[in-house]
Design a protein around this ligand. Structure first.
Ligand code: FAD
Length: 414
């Protein structure tokens, strides 16, 4: 890892930006330069489009980019989950083939893990992969697949051995989504958006070189993806502060974000919009109601302590220490905060909270909060599953009884 000081990093990135940043370049052309220079992902290894800097120093690089309005590497969607997984488990060939196009934004990715009968019980997946010559042949169904409708590649967990125990018979693949054997069907949610899809595989093909990790080690690889997901590496990239700037690159970036962020447009609402609570209380006069004030205070205490816990986890990570229990608690805290915020918004807005459309409170945002917060308690592992993890791995309590040992073929399942 590079031993550069903060001041050295700042000088070097500033000099590089002065020599290279040009808002009239094409978006892909500029991001290719970022990939070559390592400044797009400075904490990645030098051999793979990074500069080997500690995570803590990426902030310095981001500040220098922001100062000149320079666009960063592509980060939206699940592409960074794919990158993190490939950096840890991928072959050199896979890193070469996929990482660069992740950073330039040329390829979009999705995560093909959950199935109708296996969400929490992810290791119970029954989508199968059978080896035939130079290809794995895929048959089965995935569901909840965010962004599959505009993805180029998917991270696929599939069963390759039905006689091995559940967690040992899975393998992990990168699959080309745009092929004849794959049928992607969008699903409409109760908040009106269609972020997810069900994905059907009928003799879809994966070339053998797209197996990630070894045959039977898919679970281990998937755990890496999930760990990054729970740390929040998926979803919405920070909204562009470059607003209405002119210049070819900004126009292309806005077009890219419009498509890439479509499935995540409601994600701020699913987090409960704590930021709107006080404004709304003042706006409606609910701030004079002592019961509402109590609820607002309770929510703010929860939200602040969750934020500080998350900061503690981040600080530990930046100093190269393990995150500790804070990392496991964060996801559950986010669910509790979102639910409490939805309750407070309902108290403040009353029955009008159910209205949508242009004349509704905040243009339907309040109603969207109410029908979006349940997602936090489900996505990336449900609250109950997080509690099991905290109980077993953090508090070291006895494990739940298991009924799924032995060959997977004989395990009772959905
Ligand atoms: C916004 C969002 C985006 C998503 N994006 C993707 C994606 O891109 N790709 C993807 O593969 N998946 C995605 N998912 C799916 C998500 O990972 C699953 O929905 C989740 O893991 C839960 O699985 P399930 O829906 O099958 O529920 P189930 O596993 O059927 O759970 C049903 C209920 O039973 C409880 N339960 C289950 N097992 C236990 C247990 N052992 N102990 C106690 N309680 C238990 C659960 O907590 C839950 O309340 C997404 C989900 C959401 C909401």
């Amino acid at each position: 890892m590079s031993k550069m000081s903060e001041a050295e990093v700042r000088t070097e990135v500033r000099t590089w930006l002065t020599a290279n940043w040009d808002p009239e370049m094409s978006l892909v052309g500029w991001r290719s330069k970022l990939a070559d220079s390592g400044w797009g992902m400075p904490h990645w290894p030098e051999a793979w489009y990074g500069r080997g800097l500690p995570v803590g120093l990426t902030r310095v690089v981001e500040e220098e980019f922001a100062n000149v309005g320079a666009v960063g590497a592509a980060k939206s969607g699940v592409r960074l989950l794919a990158a993190a997984t490939l950096l840890e488990h991928g072959t050199d060939l896979q890193k070469k083939k996929f990482l660069r196009r992740i950073l330039t934004g040329e390829d979009n990715w999705c995560q093909l893990f959950s199935e109708p009968g296996s969400g929490s019980d992810l290791a119970g997946a029954t989508t199968r992969a059978d080896l035939n010559g130079d290809y794995w042949i895929i048959n089965g169904q995935k569901v909840w697949t965010t962004s599959a409708h505009h993805a180029d590649h998917g991270l696929l967990l599939a069963r390759t051995d039905w006689d091995a125990p559940k967690h040992e018979g899975m393998s992990f693949f990168v699959i080309d989504i745009k092929q004849p054997g794959i049928d992607v069907q969008p699903l409409k949610q109760m908040n009106g958006h269609a972020s997810f899809n069900q994905v059907f595989f009928t003799d879809a093909k994966v070339p053998v070189e797209n197996l990630v990790g070894r045959v039977g080690e898919g679970w281990k690889v998937a755990v890496t993806t999930l760990a990054h997901e729970r740390r929040g590496a998926d979803g919405l990239s920070a909204p562009s502060k470059r607003g209405s700037r002119t210049g070819r690159i900004y126009v292309e970036e806005r077009a890219e974000l419009e498509t890439a962020n479509q499935p995540y447009k409601w994600y701020p609402q699913r987090a409960g919009r704590v930021d709107l609570v006080i404004e709304r209380a003042k706006e409606t006069g609910a701030n004079t109601d002592p019961n509402v004030r109590q609820e607002i205070a309770r929510l703010m205490i929860m939200a602040k302590s969750a934020e500080w816990t998350a900061r503690r986890a981040r600080a530990a990570q930046q100093q190269g220490r393990p995150q500790g229990p804070e990392g496991s608690l964060g996801k559950l805290a986010a669910s509790n905060v979102a639910r409490a915020a939805a309750r407070v918004h309902t108290l403040i807005t009353s029955t009008e909270a159910m209205l949508t459309g242009s004349e509704s409170p905040r243009n339907g945002i309040i109603a969207e909060i109410l029908v979006s917060v349940p997602a936090v308690s489900i996505a990336g592992g449900t609250d109950e599953i997080q509690r099991n993890i905290i109980a077993e791995r953090v508090l070291d309590l006895p494990k739940e009884p298991r009924f799924d040992t032995g060959p997977f073929r004989n395990v009772r399942r959905n």
